[in-house]
Design a protein around this ligand. Structure first.
Ligand code: NCD
Length: 291
Protein backbone atom coordinates (compact mmCIF):
# COMPACT_ATOMS: atom_id res chain seq x y z
CA UNK A 1 0.00 0.00 0.00
CA UNK A 2 1.22 3.50 -0.69
CA UNK A 3 0.80 6.39 1.71
CA UNK A 4 -2.45 7.57 0.15
CA UNK A 5 -4.00 4.10 0.29
CA UNK A 6 -2.99 3.76 3.94
CA UNK A 7 -4.45 7.14 4.86
CA UNK A 8 -7.70 6.40 2.99
CA UNK A 9 -8.03 3.12 4.85
CA UNK A 10 -7.35 4.73 8.23
CA UNK A 11 -9.96 7.39 7.49
CA UNK A 12 -12.47 4.64 6.67
CA UNK A 13 -11.52 2.95 9.96
CA UNK A 14 -12.30 6.19 11.75
CA UNK A 15 -15.92 5.89 10.56
CA UNK A 16 -16.19 2.32 11.79
CA UNK A 17 -14.73 3.47 15.09
CA UNK A 18 -17.61 5.96 15.32
CA UNK A 19 -20.08 3.12 14.62
CA UNK A 20 -20.93 4.60 11.25
CA UNK A 21 -21.96 1.37 9.52
CA UNK A 22 -25.15 -0.48 8.70
CA UNK A 23 -23.91 -3.88 9.79
CA UNK A 24 -24.92 -5.24 6.37
CA UNK A 25 -21.90 -4.15 4.32
CA UNK A 26 -20.68 -7.74 3.93
CA UNK A 27 -23.99 -9.62 4.01
CA UNK A 28 -23.60 -12.98 2.25
CA UNK A 29 -19.79 -12.74 2.23
CA UNK A 30 -17.62 -15.41 3.80
CA UNK A 31 -14.12 -14.95 5.21
CA UNK A 32 -11.80 -17.95 5.63
CA UNK A 33 -9.43 -17.93 8.59
CA UNK A 34 -6.35 -20.07 7.97
CA UNK A 35 -4.13 -19.92 11.03
CA UNK A 36 -1.12 -22.20 11.10
CA UNK A 37 0.32 -20.45 14.17
CA UNK A 38 -1.20 -19.40 17.51
CA UNK A 39 -3.24 -16.20 17.56
CA UNK A 40 -5.68 -14.44 19.85
CA UNK A 41 -6.05 -10.84 18.68
CA UNK A 42 -5.59 -11.24 14.94
CA UNK A 43 -7.92 -14.20 14.65
CA UNK A 44 -10.60 -12.89 16.96
CA UNK A 45 -10.58 -9.28 15.80
CA UNK A 46 -10.78 -10.26 12.13
CA UNK A 47 -13.67 -12.60 12.99
CA UNK A 48 -15.43 -9.99 15.08
CA UNK A 49 -14.90 -7.32 12.38
CA UNK A 50 -16.38 -9.64 9.75
CA UNK A 51 -19.43 -10.41 11.89
CA UNK A 52 -19.98 -6.74 12.69
CA UNK A 53 -20.28 -6.10 8.94
CA UNK A 54 -22.84 -8.87 8.52
CA UNK A 55 -20.43 -11.43 7.08
CA UNK A 56 -19.67 -14.99 8.09
CA UNK A 57 -16.43 -16.66 9.11
CA UNK A 58 -15.18 -20.10 8.12
CA UNK A 59 -12.30 -21.50 10.16
CA UNK A 60 -9.87 -24.06 8.85
CA UNK A 61 -9.53 -25.27 12.42
CA UNK A 62 -6.49 -27.18 13.57
CA UNK A 63 -3.85 -28.29 11.11
CA UNK A 64 -4.12 -31.84 12.48
CA UNK A 65 -7.81 -31.99 11.57
CA UNK A 66 -7.31 -30.73 8.00
CA UNK A 67 -5.86 -32.32 4.87
CA UNK A 68 -2.59 -30.53 5.54
CA UNK A 69 -1.94 -33.38 7.97
CA UNK A 70 -2.16 -35.70 4.91
CA UNK A 71 0.58 -33.74 3.15
CA UNK A 72 -1.43 -31.26 1.09
CA UNK A 73 0.59 -28.23 -0.03
CA UNK A 74 -0.32 -24.68 0.97
CA UNK A 75 -0.91 -23.83 -2.70
CA UNK A 76 -3.44 -26.62 -3.17
CA UNK A 77 -5.23 -25.76 0.08
CA UNK A 78 -5.47 -22.10 -0.91
CA UNK A 79 -6.67 -22.90 -4.44
CA UNK A 80 -9.48 -25.02 -3.08
CA UNK A 81 -10.53 -22.68 -0.28
CA UNK A 82 -10.60 -19.79 -2.78
CA UNK A 83 -13.66 -21.44 -4.28
CA UNK A 84 -15.47 -21.54 -0.93
CA UNK A 85 -15.06 -17.97 0.33
CA UNK A 86 -14.74 -14.29 -0.64
CA UNK A 87 -11.42 -13.54 1.12
CA UNK A 88 -8.78 -15.35 3.15
CA UNK A 89 -6.77 -14.30 6.21
CA UNK A 90 -3.61 -16.39 6.43
CA UNK A 91 -1.14 -16.71 9.28
CA UNK A 92 1.76 -19.01 8.58
CA UNK A 93 5.18 -19.79 10.12
CA UNK A 94 7.02 -19.36 6.80
CA UNK A 95 8.08 -15.95 5.54
CA UNK A 96 6.57 -15.34 2.11
CA UNK A 97 3.61 -17.69 2.65
CA UNK A 98 1.03 -14.94 2.13
CA UNK A 99 2.72 -13.82 -1.08
CA UNK A 100 2.68 -17.38 -2.38
CA UNK A 101 -0.97 -17.80 -1.37
CA UNK A 102 -1.85 -14.59 -3.15
CA UNK A 103 -0.33 -15.92 -6.36
CA UNK A 104 -2.58 -18.98 -6.44
CA UNK A 105 -5.74 -17.60 -4.81
CA UNK A 106 -8.70 -16.36 -6.83
CA UNK A 107 -9.89 -14.19 -3.90
CA UNK A 108 -8.01 -11.54 -1.87
CA UNK A 109 -5.51 -12.88 0.69
CA UNK A 110 -4.70 -10.82 3.78
CA UNK A 111 -1.38 -11.54 5.45
CA UNK A 112 -2.14 -12.18 9.14
CA UNK A 113 1.58 -12.68 9.86
CA UNK A 114 4.15 -14.68 7.89
CA UNK A 115 6.87 -16.12 10.10
CA UNK A 116 9.56 -13.54 10.83
CA UNK A 117 8.44 -11.55 7.79
CA UNK A 118 5.61 -9.05 8.05
CA UNK A 119 2.36 -8.34 9.87
CA UNK A 120 0.76 -5.56 7.84
CA UNK A 121 -2.73 -5.55 9.35
CA UNK A 122 -1.13 -5.02 12.77
CA UNK A 123 0.79 -2.08 11.33
CA UNK A 124 -2.41 -0.46 10.12
CA UNK A 125 -3.86 -0.56 13.60
CA UNK A 126 -0.55 0.64 15.04
CA UNK A 127 -0.64 3.65 12.72
CA UNK A 128 -4.30 4.23 13.58
CA UNK A 129 -3.37 4.29 17.28
CA UNK A 130 -0.49 6.72 16.72
CA UNK A 131 -2.76 8.95 14.62
CA UNK A 132 -5.21 9.17 17.51
CA UNK A 133 -2.51 10.85 19.61
CA UNK A 134 -0.39 12.82 17.12
CA UNK A 135 0.33 13.60 13.50
CA UNK A 136 2.56 10.97 11.93
CA UNK A 137 5.16 13.48 10.86
CA UNK A 138 8.41 14.75 12.33
CA UNK A 139 8.32 12.30 15.22
CA UNK A 140 10.81 10.04 17.00
CA UNK A 141 9.70 6.43 17.20
CA UNK A 142 11.53 3.93 19.40
CA UNK A 143 11.37 0.26 18.46
CA UNK A 144 12.39 -1.89 21.38
CA UNK A 145 12.86 -5.61 21.85
CA UNK A 146 13.27 -8.45 19.41
CA UNK A 147 13.64 -6.52 16.19
CA UNK A 148 15.21 -9.47 14.42
CA UNK A 149 12.40 -12.00 14.63
CA UNK A 150 9.48 -9.65 15.44
CA UNK A 151 7.39 -9.21 12.29
CA UNK A 152 5.25 -6.36 13.63
CA UNK A 153 8.25 -4.03 13.83
CA UNK A 154 9.35 -5.00 10.32
CA UNK A 155 6.02 -3.91 8.86
CA UNK A 156 5.78 -0.83 11.06
CA UNK A 157 9.28 0.39 10.20
CA UNK A 158 8.54 -0.16 6.54
CA UNK A 159 5.25 1.76 6.72
CA UNK A 160 6.80 4.67 8.62
CA UNK A 161 9.21 5.30 5.74
CA UNK A 162 6.17 6.51 3.78
CA UNK A 163 5.68 9.40 6.24
CA UNK A 164 7.77 12.56 6.40
CA UNK A 165 10.61 13.14 8.76
CA UNK A 166 10.35 10.04 10.95
CA UNK A 167 13.38 9.14 13.03
CA UNK A 168 13.55 5.49 14.03
CA UNK A 169 15.41 4.64 17.22
CA UNK A 170 16.20 0.96 17.64
CA UNK A 171 16.84 -0.47 21.08
CA UNK A 172 17.52 -4.19 20.81
CA UNK A 173 19.60 -6.73 22.72
CA UNK A 174 22.81 -7.47 20.81
CA UNK A 175 22.10 -9.92 18.01
CA UNK A 176 18.39 -9.04 17.86
CA UNK A 177 18.63 -5.86 15.82
CA UNK A 178 16.62 -5.26 12.63
CA UNK A 179 17.64 -7.57 9.76
CA UNK A 180 20.30 -6.01 7.51
CA UNK A 181 18.15 -6.11 4.37
CA UNK A 182 15.42 -4.14 6.14
CA UNK A 183 17.91 -1.62 7.56
CA UNK A 184 19.23 -1.14 4.04
CA UNK A 185 15.72 -0.58 2.66
CA UNK A 186 14.93 1.92 5.40
CA UNK A 187 18.15 3.84 4.85
CA UNK A 188 17.63 3.80 1.06
CA UNK A 189 14.19 5.34 1.58
CA UNK A 190 15.81 8.23 3.46
CA UNK A 191 14.64 7.25 6.95
CA UNK A 192 17.07 8.04 9.72
CA UNK A 193 17.87 5.04 11.94
CA UNK A 194 19.61 5.66 15.24
CA UNK A 195 20.77 2.62 17.20
CA UNK A 196 20.90 2.65 20.99
CA UNK A 197 22.24 0.11 23.43
CA UNK A 198 19.96 1.23 26.25
CA UNK A 199 16.48 2.68 26.38
CA UNK A 200 17.75 5.21 28.96
CA UNK A 201 19.82 6.85 26.20
CA UNK A 202 16.80 7.79 24.12
CA UNK A 203 13.63 7.64 26.25
CA UNK A 204 13.46 11.44 26.73
CA UNK A 205 13.41 12.17 22.97
CA UNK A 206 10.73 9.66 21.90
CA UNK A 207 7.15 10.43 20.85
CA UNK A 208 6.24 6.75 20.50
CA UNK A 209 7.82 3.79 22.27
CA UNK A 210 6.88 0.50 20.55
CA UNK A 211 7.82 -2.47 22.73
CA UNK A 212 7.87 -6.10 21.60
CA UNK A 213 8.40 -9.44 23.30
CA UNK A 214 11.26 -11.80 22.57
CA UNK A 215 9.94 -14.17 19.89
CA UNK A 216 10.88 -17.23 21.88
CA UNK A 217 9.40 -19.71 19.41
CA UNK A 218 11.59 -18.36 16.59
CA UNK A 219 14.94 -18.76 18.34
CA UNK A 220 16.82 -21.63 16.71
CA UNK A 221 18.48 -22.48 20.02
CA UNK A 222 16.71 -22.42 23.43
CA UNK A 223 19.97 -21.66 25.26
CA UNK A 224 20.40 -18.54 23.13
CA UNK A 225 16.91 -17.47 24.15
CA UNK A 226 17.75 -17.90 27.84
CA UNK A 227 20.68 -15.50 27.51
CA UNK A 228 18.37 -12.74 26.23
CA UNK A 229 15.52 -13.25 28.68
CA UNK A 230 14.85 -10.43 31.17
CA UNK A 231 17.32 -8.02 29.57
CA UNK A 232 14.79 -5.20 29.28
CA UNK A 233 11.67 -4.03 31.07
CA UNK A 234 9.63 -0.85 30.90
CA UNK A 235 8.75 0.48 34.36
CA UNK A 236 6.95 3.58 35.71
CA UNK A 237 10.32 4.85 37.03
CA UNK A 238 11.84 4.69 33.57
CA UNK A 239 8.82 6.46 32.06
CA UNK A 240 9.27 9.40 34.41
CA UNK A 241 12.05 10.47 32.05
CA UNK A 242 9.78 10.43 28.97
CA UNK A 243 7.98 13.40 27.39
CA UNK A 244 4.49 13.73 28.95
CA UNK A 245 2.98 13.24 25.48
CA UNK A 246 4.89 10.02 24.68
CA UNK A 247 2.76 6.93 24.11
CA UNK A 248 3.72 3.30 24.76
CA UNK A 249 2.52 0.71 22.25
CA UNK A 250 2.90 -3.08 22.17
CA UNK A 251 1.31 -5.49 19.67
CA UNK A 252 0.69 -7.94 22.55
CA UNK A 253 0.99 -10.58 23.87
CA UNK A 254 3.15 -9.09 26.59
CA UNK A 255 5.36 -11.41 28.59
CA UNK A 256 7.45 -9.44 31.08
CA UNK A 257 8.82 -6.57 29.02
CA UNK A 258 6.29 -4.07 30.40
CA UNK A 259 5.70 -3.87 34.12
CA UNK A 260 1.91 -4.21 34.72
CA UNK A 261 2.18 -1.08 36.90
CA UNK A 262 2.61 0.85 33.62
CA UNK A 263 -0.92 -0.16 32.54
CA UNK A 264 -2.61 2.51 34.64
CA UNK A 265 -0.45 5.36 33.28
CA UNK A 266 -1.99 7.61 30.61
CA UNK A 267 0.87 6.80 28.21
CA UNK A 268 -0.07 3.10 28.13
CA UNK A 269 -2.05 2.72 24.91
CA UNK A 270 -1.52 -0.98 24.16
CA UNK A 271 -4.94 -2.27 25.20
CA UNK A 272 -6.63 0.53 23.31
CA UNK A 273 -4.35 -0.36 20.39
CA UNK A 274 -5.63 -3.95 20.45
CA UNK A 275 -9.23 -2.66 20.47
CA UNK A 276 -8.53 -0.61 17.37
CA UNK A 277 -8.02 -3.94 15.62
CA UNK A 278 -11.80 -3.99 15.16
CA UNK A 279 -12.43 -0.73 13.22
CA UNK A 280 -9.19 -1.08 11.27
CA UNK A 281 -9.94 -4.66 10.23
CA UNK A 282 -13.54 -3.73 9.44
CA UNK A 283 -12.13 -1.13 7.04
CA UNK A 284 -9.75 -3.68 5.50
CA UNK A 285 -12.43 -6.33 5.00
CA UNK A 286 -14.85 -3.80 3.58
CA UNK A 287 -12.17 -2.55 1.20
CA UNK A 288 -11.27 -6.01 -0.17
CA UNK A 289 -14.79 -7.47 -0.39
CA UNK A 290 -16.95 -4.42 -1.01
CA UNK A 291 -14.71 -2.01 -2.92
C1 NCD B 1 2.13 -10.40 17.14
C2 NCD B 1 2.46 -11.46 16.10
O1 NCD B 1 1.75 -12.46 15.97
O2 NCD B 1 3.43 -11.22 15.40
N1 NCD B 1 0.88 -10.61 17.76
C3 NCD B 1 -0.22 -9.98 17.25
O3 NCD B 1 -0.71 -10.32 16.21
N2 NCD B 1 -0.69 -8.92 17.93
C4 NCD B 1 3.20 -10.12 18.11
C5 NCD B 1 3.81 -11.26 18.86
O4 NCD B 1 3.40 -12.41 18.77
O5 NCD B 1 4.74 -10.97 19.62
Amino acid sequence: MNREEIDTLLTAAEKFDQNECTGHELDNKILAMLFFEPSTRTRMSFSSAMMRLGGKVLNLGSVEASSIAKGETLSDTIRVISGYVDAIVLRHPKEGAARLANEVASVPVINGGDGTGQHPSQTLLDLFTIRKSMRIENIDVGLQGDLRYGRTVHSLADALTKYNNIRLHTIAPEGLDLPNHLKQDLTDSGTEIIMHENIEDTISELDVLYVTRLQRERFPDPTAFASFATTYRITPELLERAKPSMIVLHPLPRVDEIDPAVDRLPCAKYFQQAHYGIPVRMAMLNEVMNP
